[in-house]
Ligand binder design. Structure first.
Ligand code: PBG
Length: 324
């Protein structure tokens, strides 16, 4: 029974009808806002390649988090730019490191805002890699110990969740073990499970000054050509105790989001990364696309593909748009 009985346009006629039958919805409650903490006070320094995003000293970061919460956003994820970087990334697991100080301050003034900590070494190592380096190689197993210490100090500082983004093998299990043996069995792990070696991280590396000083991250992050491997990575993370899984980047990897949603029953996050932000931003600034419509279209497509949670640098603005 086709036309003229069926007329799909009937349900598109007015805004009210379209609203009623909308299959996927965006809410600020499913967004996570990434923020960068830096040493000092009264610092709000714009990141050149990510206009509208800043490195915040802890005092101003707390104020920013208040406005984030007031917009209805439930969670932030914190990255740190340390005072000094060294070859073992000590700033990552210093109990008084930049992220640990930031979490303490934010949780003290806004206890109901979920604070997630990115658990990785690359922002803290002088060579910019996500692990210990020996003879030009990123060493897996010794790195796990440092990641476990990083997660533990983050939990001790009050983090509500830790998010390992390093792509070392076995890190979720090792972090779970460390948290559990220090009475943090209630702290969930959001694992960057299918994290690809992507050119879209470019602007973030400027923000965190974390571009690798030699080589690249292809010996630990995934090959963009691989799809089945993502499912293996995710399955391993779940087995090791991941509570939430993540696909990263988002838009160029929506096939992975769809497959992950179908294959696994744990909450699924997708990270709309810095480069995804910056390409939209740049085109909008040039007047080539409608910024708001483009942003909302990308986010709804990520939700439609099956991610419940979206990490995005647009979170604040989107929350404002959704209010009216
Ligand atoms: C690693 C990490 C990176 C991002 C999040 N966690 C950088 C990388 O892998 O090079 C990228 C996020 C983005 O591009 O927005 N700590």
């Amino acid at each position: 029974m086709a036309f003229p009985i069926h007329r799909p346009r009937r349900l598109r006629r007015t805004e009210a009808i379209r609203d009623l039958v909308q299959e996927t919805r965006l809410s600020p409650r499913s967004l996570v806002y990434p923020l960068f903490a830096c040493p000092g006070s009264n610092i709000k320094e714009e990141i050149h390649s990510m206009p509208g995003n800043y490195r915040w000293s802890v005092d101003l970061l707390v104020e920013e988090c208040k406005s984030v919460r007031d917009l209805g956003i439930r969670a932030v994820i914190l990255f740190g730019i340390p005072e000094i970087k060294d070859d073992v990334g000590s700033g990552a697991y210093d109990p008084n490191g930049i992220v640990q100080r930031a979490v303490r301050a934010v949780k003290k003034s806004i206890p109901d805002l979920l604070v997630i900590c990115d658990t990785c070494l690359d922002e803290y190592t002088s060579h910019g890699h996500c692990g210990l380096v020996r003879d030009g190689e990123v060493e897996n197993d010794p790195t796990l110990e440092l990641l476990a210490r990083t997660a533990l100090t983050q939990a001790e500082a009050g983090a509500d969740m830790v998010a390992p983004s390093d792509m070392m093998d076995g890190r979720v299990g090792r972090i779970r073990e460390e948290l559990d043996s220090h009475s943090f069995s209630d702290i969930p792990i959001m694992a960057y499970s299918a994290k690809y070696a992507s050119a879209f991280y470019g602007p973030f590396r400027e923000a965190a000054d974390s571009a690798p000083q030699f080589g690249d991250r292809r010996s630990y992050q995934m090959d963009p050509a691989n799809q089945r491997e993502a499912l293996r990575e995710i399955a391993l993370d779940i087995e090791e105790g991941a509570d939430i899984i993540m696909v990263k980047p988002a838009l160029a990897y929506l096939d992975i989001v769809v497959l992950a949603r179908q294959a696994f029953d744990v909450p699924l996050a997708a990270y709309q990364v810095s480069g995804e932000f910056s390409v939209i931003e740049a085109a909008a600034r040039a007047g080539w696309i409608d910024r708001q419509r483009t942003v909302l279209e990308t986010l709804i497509s990520i939700r439609r593909a099956g991610a419940e949670i979206i990490l995005t640098y647009f979170a604040k603005e989107v929350a404002e748009w959704l209010k009216c």
